[in-house]
Write a protein that binds this ligand. Sequence first.
Ligand code: DC
Length: 232
Amino acid sequence: MIKPDLPDNFIVAIDGPAGSGKSTLAKRLAEKIDGVMIDTGAMYRAVTAKALDLNIDPADEKAVGKIAESIAIQFNKEGQARKIMVDGADFTARIRDNDVNESVSKVAVYPAVRRRMVALQRKMGGKGRIVMEGRDIGSNVFPDARFKFFLVADEQVRARRRMLEMSQAGIEVSLKQVMENIKTRDKTDSERKDAPLVKPPGAVEIDTGHLNIDEVLARMIQFLVSGGGQAA
Ligand code: DC
């Protein structure tokens, strides 16, 4: 049992590109340490989905920024199922749709969107054992997080994972389509000015392409038990 050996309040920041295994690992790690997992990508997806549903063009920065400023996002846990509620409606499935996949990186570039999402994330991560995953958690949202991980994996591996995830959700797309989407998103996420995807200073890098989930989890837990890299 590692739970009693860890303090009650700390942040684990997990960053990495699309398909690097962040969500699966953040979820499993949070379960292991009796913590709360926060999927920040789901929040950018929520803004994108809400805008699309209101027939707002994702290229309309001002209108999308307005949505972000007033949106209410809540994560609910019902038994094993995790839900994302957007302005009171269940958006769990909606945020994984292909139109959202295609526009989310563009929306995540807008400073007004990032400002509000980061403020919400800091509030959500204020207390408890928090496992937060995204692109800028260890570099920008919680630069003083005690534990930081940066997950990487080969493009092919990541595309295959994404395809499997989508087909389990009933969405059929070709590997080629997924590869193209991943490449475009990697590029947009890494090249944007405001909090781009980078390996945060002090992060432990793990290549998830050559390890199974339990092996990655074991490495993460070992780092947590060892006390991590920083004081906060
Ligand atoms: O992890 P994901 O595929 O659900 O993320 C969706 C998009 O959101 C991704 O293209 C980049 C963006 N994102 C971000 O810019 N910052 C975060 N902290 C999390 C996600």
